[in-house]
Design a protein around this ligand. Structure first.
Ligand SMILES: C[S@@+](CC[C@H](N)C(=O)[O-])C[C@H]1O[C@@H](n2cnc3c(N)ncnc32)[C@H](O)[C@@H]1O
Length: 313
């Protein structure tokens, strides 16, 4: 005769069944996996990425992911989340996986073939808006070019914030221009921004009052050492600036005398750390004036990020 096991109460049975993992625990584990894959990441960055990927998988915003931390995640969302995470662990840029990036308070669609707008480029937008506002034609029409427009980040942010700006965005990459076109439509700026394919200012025929450019400026040797996700993900044409990083900037400065309005004009260049002095010299020697009169603007980390030359203001 076998002894009957005592019946357990429902409360005891519930206590003995392992609770499904809470979302917060899952995100913690995911952040650990991301950290293990990327030596350069901080804990906060890894956690943020885990939350953003889960938000994308669930169709939620990040605030809801945080608020739902105590609940167990559902199976179908988890399957989508794991698929997105696998892409991230294989070095695909987060913005490509999400399909978008915030820049200057606007949402830009991005994906393979176009540079993801960087926060430091907001310094170029700020300085360009100030150059437009100070221009003698500011109340009428200021003709602006954004050279190397990529996703249209600078051109569209400027057009949105400067009502008198008539903006042309130019890029050598038709793939990048396709993204710029989508963003121009999504932001309702089709009537305000012209997009042209070509080399630097070659396709522009009208004189320009303000030229802004975030062209590739990373020296080739540094480019070769960049993280895999930049080299594998973003186009080399957008990043590699040649031996000293200044090939494209030099070529554009050489074109400026033929394109700038003769009475009043400004030219603004985003540059890498340590390049501001060389670009100021280049602008002064090509366009006239003293290199010391060329202004520079620092980004939020204190780096001299934008070099600005003006005449006739
Ligand atoms: C650093 S990305 C900047 C993209 C965008 N302006 C931004 O700030 O996010 C440089 C862009 O310049 C373009 N580019 C490179 N060389 C060029 C050239 N010679 N003429 C026109 N565009 C060029 C690239 O295709 C790329 O889109």
């Amino acid at each position: 005769m076998t002894a009957r096991r005592p019946r357990r109460s429902p409360a005891a049975r519930a206590a003995a069944t392992p609770a499904p993992p809470r979302l917060a625990a899952r995100l913690h584990d995911t952040a650990q996996r991301l950290l293990a894959a990327r030596a350069s990441w901080g804990r906060d960055e890894a956690r943020l990425e885990a939350e953003l990927l889960y938000a994308e998988a669930a169709g939620w915003d990040r605030a809801k992911v945080i608020a739902e931390g105590a609940a167990p995640p559902d199976a179908s969302t988890l399957a989508r989340f794991e698929a997105l995470l696998a892409r991230r662990l294989a070095h695909e840029p987060l913005a490509y996986i999400l399909g978008r990036r915030e820049f200057y308070g606007l949402t830009f669609e991005v994906g393979p073939g176009v540079l993801i707008p960087r926060p430091e480029t907001e310094t170029l937008v700020e300085a360009t808006l100030a150059a437009i506002a100070a221009h003698r034609r500011a109340r009428r029409r200021v003709r602006v070019a954004d050279v190397g427009t990529g996703s249209g980040a600078v051109a569209l942010a400027v057009a949105r914030h400067a009502p008198s700006a008539e903006v042309t965005g130019i890029d050598a990459s038709t793939e990048a221009l396709a993204w710029a076109g989508r963003n121009r439509a999504a932001l309702g700026l089709v009537a305000r921004v012209v997009l042209l394919a070509g080399d630097l200012l070659e396709p522009v025929t009208e004189p320009l009052d303000v030229v802004a450019a975030n062209l590739p400026y990373i020296p080739t040797e540094e480019y070769e050492a960049l993280p895999a996700e930049i080299r594998k993900g973003e186009p080399r044409l957008a990043v590699d600036g040649g031996e000293d990083g200044l090939d494209a900037i030099r070529a554009l400065v050489a074109q400026l005398p033929a394109h700038l309005a003769p009475d009043a004009a400004a030219a603004l260049f985003e540059v890498g750390a340590g390049q501001a002095g060389a670009v100021a010299e280049l602008l002064a020697s090509t366009l006239g004036g003293e290199a010391s009169a060329v202004r520079t603007h620092r980004d939020l980390s204190g780096t001299r990020r934008v070099v600005e030359w003006r005449r006739g203001y």
